[in-house]
Design a protein around this ligand. Structure first.
Ligand code: AHR
Length: 535
């Protein structure tokens, strides 16, 4: 028969023939990857505050972003309505404000009272003129409109503990003392009731205005905390943990000292992480969420050690707040670092996959990570990008939106069996120390269970190949149709712009399992979210 391969004519060597026969007898097929899910294997409750974001007075995040008094797209308060809608679409549970590095030269009193009387100030973190036309009350009105929980940072750099106390009084005390009455004079009769406050920003960083060593920071933070709590006893406080992972820094030492000094006082330890792909190495870059997870695990251990000797009454232990995370490397030098157009990153598909990986890592560590804030909200390393008369949605918006809308309830400890790869040694973020990651699974998975609904989040890190996977429920058969939403694009460099959308979330045809097993083919370089019910 013509179709039968004539090995003799092809002059093949006998061992090659044997190899081909053995391979074809074994099905020539790779085994499917496996994801096993057991509803009894609980990690912890997912805190909705992990779907937070961040508004800093930086570049066009506030002015020209969420707020533009001169724009026809804004309402009478100056809020850009197209931006507001896009922000609402993200279901942002919590919003950090007003910085960032900015806060270390911010004096809140400059930003309250009649707008025309507010002093313009030299803003030294990002080299701008700060007009102060947007401040505490404008932010709070905007946050109410968005429906998000405010999370304020006080100035522990150039600010005083007294100034921090007065801000809490202005925001949270109903009436009586001077700053509560001042708020009322400014037209806000009711206190804002701001519950979450961080004690400074990145105080371990030499770049921070008013940078302190660990001992001095802990001392100042403890005294600020005392005054702030005496003013508003129910507030929750966040200490500035490590953000400096440069080769000459010792983040574990900083965290250890801060925790030892503040273990009875604070409720969260803040960590920051920015990753990037400056060497254009896709696989190194896609492994960066594992580094975040390693750092999480180390800090979790440090916290556990301190909690043994803490005196916290019936308060919860200290949790981790990843209150700044994102990809940030293109707009990180020279002119892109300062002024009105600072930090304007334009994201692509691989960035969106890394963000999905970060969110997976937060879910997998739901017992200790209770706050996370993508940095930032609009224009500045952000999921939303504006021009004077238009806006577009960046790639990183979609995974965050899908998680924030669906991944709630109990985080599950998922078994994953997929092929792995090893990275080169590489710099995790600009200026940071290097790492090498062994055994990075091509499939990065998290799962959660809420109100009878199982959510499975899967990043296929493979750049070229789909991965056929058996998803096995250990807790009973799957019930009915399983919905599938995917983020993908033509290439890993695909991106969106004002006039093009190459990357977005797309609802696929629903699928059905056979009994307790769903076999699904996760496309190359994709993020997929499955929504299922178990009988
Ligand atoms: O988000 C941009 C900047 O990154 C923040 O202002 C600072 O806290 C961090 O270094």
């Amino acid at each position: 028969m013509e179709q039968i391969i004539n090995f003799k004519r092809m002059k093949m060597k006998p061992f090659l023939i044997v190899a081909i026969i053995v391979l074809s007898l074994s099905g020539f097929a790779q085994e499917n990857a496996r994801i096993k899910i057991d509803l009894d294997r609980e990690i912890g409750e997912i805190d909705n505050k992990i779907y937070g974001n961040f508004v800093e007075h930086l570049g066009r995040c506030v002015y020209g972003g969420i707020y533009d008094e001169d724009s026809e797209l804004s309402d009478e308060r100056g809020f850009r309505l197209d931006v507001l809608e896009a922000v609402k679409g993200l279901n942002v549970t919590q919003m950090r404000y007003p910085g960032g590095n900015f806060v270390s030269n911010y004096h809140w009193k400059d930003g309250v009272g009649p707008k025309d009387e507010r002093p313009p100030r030299m803003e030294m973190a990002w080299s701008r003129l700060e007009t102060n036309r947007f401040g505490t009350n404008e932010f709070m009105e905007w946050a109410r409109e968005v429906g998000t929980e405010p999370y304020f940072a006080v100035n522990m750099g150039t600010g005083t503990i007294e100034e921090a106390q007065q801000w809490v009084e202005y925001c949270n005390v109903a009436e009586g003392p001077y700053y509560a009455e001042l708020r009322k004079e400014h037209g806000y009769a009711e206190p804002w009731g701001i519950k979450y406050w961080s004690l400074g920003n990145e105080m371990d960083g030499f770049w921070q205005m008013g940078h302190l060593n660990a001992e001095d920071y802990a001392k100042k933070a403890r005294e600020a905390a005392k005054l702030m709590k005496l003013t508003s006893p129910d507030i929750k406080l966040v200490a500035a943990g490590s953000s400096n992972y440069r080769p000459d820094a010792d983040p574990n030492e900083w965290n250890t000292k801060i925790l030892a000094e503040l273990r009875d006082v604070v409720d969260y330890l803040a960590l920051h992480m920015y990753i990037g792909n400056p060497d254009d190495n896709y696989y190194n870059y896609l492994s960066t969420p594992l580094v975040l997870e390693e750092r999480t695990n180390i800090v979790e251990g440090l916290i556990a050690r301190e909690m043994e000797n803490a005196n916290r009454g019936d308060r919860d232990p200290i949790y981790i707040a990843w209150d700044e995370y994102n990809s940030w490397y293109r707009a990180r030098a020279g002119e892109s670092m300062t002024g009105d157009r600072a930090l304007e990153e334009h994201y692509n598909l691989e960035d969106a996959l890394v963000i999905a990986g970060f969110l997976n890592a937060f879910i997998r560590n739901a017992d200790i990570v209770k706050i996370a804030n993508m940095a930032q909200m609009v224009n500045v390393i952000a999921p939303i990008f504006t021009s004077e008369d238009d806006m577009f949605i960046q790639t990183i918006y979609y995974p965050l939106q899908m998680f924030a809308h669906n991944a709630h309830g109990t985080s599950l400890d998922v078994f994953v069996d997929s092929e792995t790869y090893t990275t080169d040694e590489f710099f995790v973020g600009l200026g940071e120390s290097t790492t090498q990651q062994d055994a990075v699974p091509y499939l990065d998975v998290s799962a959660s269970y809420n109100n009878d609904e199982l959510i499975i989040n899967v990043v296929n890190r493979h750049k070229d190949e789909a991965i056929t996977t058996d998803i096995i429920s250990q807790s009973g058969d799957f019930d009915g149709e399983i919905t599938v939403v995917e983020v993908n694009g033509p290439t890993v460099k695909a991106r969106n712009d004002f006039d093009q959308t190459e990357v977005k979330s797309v609802e696929k045809d629903p699928v059905r399992a056979k009994g307790n097993t769903l076999t699904y083919n996760f496309p190359a370089h994709s993020f997929t979210q499955l929504k299922a019910k178990i009988k």
